[in-house]
Design a protein around this ligand. Sequence first.
Ligand SMILES: Cc1cc2nc3c(=O)[nH]c(=O)nc-3n(C[C@H](O)[C@H](O)[C@H](O)COP(=O)(O)O)c2cc1C
Ligand SMILES: C=C(O[C@@H]1CC(C(=O)O)=C[C@@H](OP(=O)(O)O)[C@H]1O)C(=O)O
Length: 387
Amino acid sequence: MRYLTAGETHGPQLTAIVEGLPSNMPLTGEPINEQLARRQKGHGRGKRMQIEKDTAQIVGGVRHGKTTGAPVALVVENRDWKAWTTVMSIEDVEEGSEGKRRVNRPRPGHADLNGGLKYNQKDLRNILERSSARETTVRVAVGAIARQFLAQFGIKVAGQVIRIGEIEVNRQELPIDELIRITEESPVRVVDKEAEERMIAAIDQAKAEGDTLGGIVEVIVEGVPVGLGSHVQWDRKLDGRIAQAVVSIQAFKGVEFGIGFEASERRGSKVHDEILYNEETGFRRGSNRAGGFEGGMTTGEPIVVRGVMKPISTLYKPLGSVDIDTKQPFSAQVERSDTCAVPAAGVIMESVVAWEVARAFMEKFGGDSMEEIRANYDNFLAQVRQY
Ligand SMILES: Cc1cc2nc3c(=O)[nH]c(=O)nc-3n(C[C@H](O)[C@H](O)[C@H](O)COP(=O)(O)O)c2cc1C
Ligand SMILES: C=C(O[C@@H]1CC(C(=O)O)=C[C@@H](OP(=O)(O)O)[C@H]1O)C(=O)O
């Protein structure tokens, strides 16, 4: 399975084409729109999220609520496009022209300067239009399809914010449905109410000071069978693929599985998960410090993966930068922006992880219809039980 996205943040729409989905999979717009709505929430976002009301239109690959096996095409419109029609339609702009028409002042931390140099663009809008995290609307829509696929096999994906700026949550072990319910009610997607209050205050304070905040998000996938991914080739290791998908999210700079970086401080005896067996459950682990992976393959324990998001780079009190026309330093060009998008990024991370797990699932049990996949899956589970 694969997908591509296209579209600009201030253009008419974002588009995704998803190739390789099996036929006879139930697929409707409603669960996709639920995920899109989740992505729009979260304390700390800017004015843009009040303008948009993201909904996906399925424009190919589905009939009567089920996939046909043809590519699924999705479209999400940008409501804000109306306000940008003129700006986006300007083709030739003179070097040195100021204002909204042209962006000539690159923001440290964004893609502006690298992209301008690489693609030889003197209007940095031609870079920021595509580097913008607006693109993640359709990635979340694609992830929602992956979730619908995984749900057919009892696999659930959830996420929570672990840190915003200096504030970390007090961790609690919760059943996945409980985790989903509580985090949905929280404006910063945490379970810990005390941390929630302090996070909201920290975001408000950063905003008042013209600054921004990043954080850490954790995603959990429950119900995965043993043996997704493979040890035999570097690009088949599923933990590696998930890491790539997570770091591909705008502003994500790090990833860890299970106890992650903490493993460097511990002895092996306090890192590895003991192997247990009983007739009823088969092979199990005594703990899940590995976060669900050994040798690039799932162990059958939940996948636990965390991603680090840096603070938003557009600052109302900007850092030093250089005008690409005059080559002179400048001190201010303020674009509308978010202060903190970690809660929204959590939904994006859930989506890209769901996609990678669904893709690996299809590689292992793949067939052209859901019936064929189900038979392959059941067959493998029987084989594992008899092992
Ligand atoms: C949900 C979300 C919202 C974002 N909002 C903004 C924003 O309002 N302003 C901004 O400068 N960057 C924002 N970013 C981050 C930039 O898109 C990102 O830093 C930029 O594309 C450069 O890529 P890099 O940080 O991965 O190197 C956002 C990222 C995410 C995931
Ligand atoms: C539009 C979204 O996020 C945008 C991501 C973004 C960036 O630079 O990444 C910059 C902002 O865009 P604008 O300049 O239009 O306000 C965010 O609002 C979205 O998440 O749907």
